[in-house]
Design a protein around this ligand. Structure first.
Ligand SMILES: *Cc1c(COP(=O)(O)O)cnc(C)c1O
Length: 232
């Protein structure tokens, strides 16, 4: 059985190889370790192996782990669906939110971001290629939402996130990520200063890096398979 430290090492090599292969500067792609369903001890092991950023999908679950791990220097990213009654705690406890897809949620996050903290880093979640998914806005609606979020004082709009339709077809993976990157390039062309494309998971991070990902979000290849009882 591989340890978390060994998995992290081979994952970092995989990221470096993809950076090299696609002409990306080494170190230009950050690794977000997705720790949903994982224990505080597993996160501690990853931190001991040098991993700093962790992504969580469920607020309640995340807060328990944050409290247990308060002695560690960790950067927490919220990547799950956001219920409007949870925005205050998300705004208080996370450094980043990748899954903003409605103005109302963005307004609430901005209004409740504690004044002693820097502005909350956010990405807009875009729904690419999966009509059935309810998370994420369409590319067509993106410019307007980006403009409105850009005006909110306590948020810093960093870029875009997507969770594309799963496919093993690499050309199709790349096509989906390219759609997101083109939406990102169009936003930058009209004056948004963005630096983040959050795309790619265990299954498709090479395709995402080829198309310009700056953060890949990886769970399985850091911590091992999520068991059937921990699919959440
Ligand atoms: C679970 C999850 C991931 C990581 O997926 P893996 O297949 O475990 O690498 C990435 N992003 C989001 C939004 C997730 O929910």
């Amino acid at each position: 059985m591989k340890t978390i430290a060994l998995r992290l090492k081979s994952l970092r090599d995989r990221i470096l190889d993809a950076e090299r292969l696609h002409g990306r500067p080494p170190g230009s792609v950050a690794l977000l370790a997705v720790s949903k369903t994982r224990s505080a001890e597993e996160i501690r092991a990853a931190r001991a192996a040098g991993q700093l950023r962790f992504g969580e999908n469920y607020l309640q679950e995340a807060m328990v782990k944050m409290d247990t791990l308060a002695d560690l220097d960790l950067e927490w990213h919220f990547i799950g669906p956001i219920q409007s009654n949870k925005t205050r705690e998300i705004a208080a406890r996370f450094a980043w939110v990748h899954s903003v897809d409605r103005l109302k949620i963005a307004q609430r996050l901005s209004a409740t971001r504690p004044p002693e903290l820097p502005p909350l880093n956010v990405c807009i979640q875009v729904n690419i290629g999966d009509e059935s998914s309810k998370s994420g806005i369409n590319l067509a609606q993106l410019p307007e939402l980006a403009q409105e979020i850009g005006r909110l004082p306590r948020l810093k709009l960093r870029g875009l996130m997507t969770m594309p339709r799963l496919t093993e077809d690499q050309a199709e993976q790349r096509r989906q990520f390219r759609d997101l990157r083109e939406g990102y390039d169009r936003l930058k062309a009209v004056g948004n200063s963005l630096d983040t494309l959050s795309m790619g998971t265990s299954a498709d991070l090479e395709a995402a890096i080829a198309e310009g990902a700056t953060i890949v979000r990886v769970g399985t290849d850091v911590f091992g398979e999520r068991g059937a009882d921990r699919l959440a």
